[in-house]
Write a protein that binds this ligand. Structure first.
Ligand SMILES: [Zn+2]
Length: 304
């Protein structure tokens, strides 16, 4: 196997680095083939195809990367499908790019697919069934109301909070409720006496803990729901009071002005006015600032 010169004992036709010209040629050919296959195929696959061991292919890849001939593929499984291309929605002609996990998606959204894939007849039947179900549910809730029960949704509407909030009150034991199914949907029933007790005992404590402003974790919707700015048109049509209900009335402004004259801070005035109100919403220091303008601070330590 060893190719030595008989007379000198040295390797024949090597360059002194341990590889013959023939070996170098083979390596160069193999590296060219690896460079063509590499990013799409793994070293294991390339090795199986070319008939070399995986460590050999790994070394070739390392050499190719070092010489800038291929880019290192990140570890992990290869992408299963090609990157989806932008296309026209089959329902509404809008341009969209399907997600990588659904390259065959034809509609730009689920509502669009539903609107364009179902027939009129199917939609018609579904709508009728749903309407009937709602009517039956409403009738049953009306009967329960007459029997002295409220659903958690009704209590949530009364207290202008989310239904999930009522569920939390129930879970924390602030409110006692009874689970029941109405037309296949889970509801929680609250007896009217229990509602009155809650309003009397628990609600003031909840409001107090919330403070004069909105809780920091409230987003736009809870704030709008609370302040009556949500469904403004609907409420106006029903003849309810809408809009910002947290603005100060003239008596409160007068009171605030007096307290300001006594050099109370906006925050202290806001707390005071909140306490005077019978219920939420409270007054915030920003409202005091809006009503009275910026506060001129008295210097507490006289300058020498
Ligand atoms: Zn569409």
């Amino acid at each position: 196997m060893l190719n030595r010169d008989k007379s000198t004992g040295r390797f024949i036709s090597t360059d002194g680095c341990g590889r013959s010209q023939a070996e170098r040629a083979i390596i160069a050919v193999r590296r060219r083939r690896v460079a063509k296959l590499y990013p799409e195929r793994t070293p294991t696959e390339i090795g199986a195809e070319l008939g070399w061991a995986k460590p050999t292919i790994d070394k070739d890849v390392a050499w190719l990367v070092e010489h800038g001939l291929v880019e290192r593929q990140r570890p992990g499984p290869r992408r299963k499908y090609p990157e989806p291309e932008e296309r026209k929605c089959a329902g509404c002609d809008r341009r969209f790019t399907p997600p990588s996990w659904a390259p065959d998606q034809r509609f730009h959204s689920i509502p669009c697919a539903r609107a364009n894939q179902t027939t009129d007849r199917v939609r018609e039947v579904a709508r009728r069934l749903k309407t009937e179900q709602r009517r039956r549910a409403d009738a049953q809730i009306a009967r329960l109301n007459e029997a002295g029960y409220l659903t958690s949704r009704q209590l949530a509407a009364e207290r202008k909070v989310n239904e999930a909030t009522v569920s939390q009150w129930i879970a924390r034991g602030l409110l006692t409720a009874e689970r029941c199914m109405i037309e296949g949907e889970p509801h929680q029933l609250i007896a009217r006496e229990e509602r009155d007790r809650f309003n009397r005992e628990e609600w003031p404590r909840i409001v107090e803990r919330m403070g004069p402003g909105y809780p920091a974790n409230w987003g736009r919707l809870p704030r709008e729901r609370w302040s009556g700015r949500k469904n403004r048109e609907l409420a106006a049509a029903k003849g309810k009071k809408v809009g910002r209900r947290s603005d100060l009335d003239s008596a409160e402004v007068e009171e605030a002005r007096e307290l300001r004259a006594r050099d109370w801070s906006n925050e202290r005035i806001a707390r005071h006015l909140t306490r005077l109100r019978s219920g939420p919403p409270g007054v915030s220091r920003h409202q005091i600032q809006r009503a009275l303008g910026p506060r001129r601070k008295l210097r507490e330590t006289p300058r020498p």
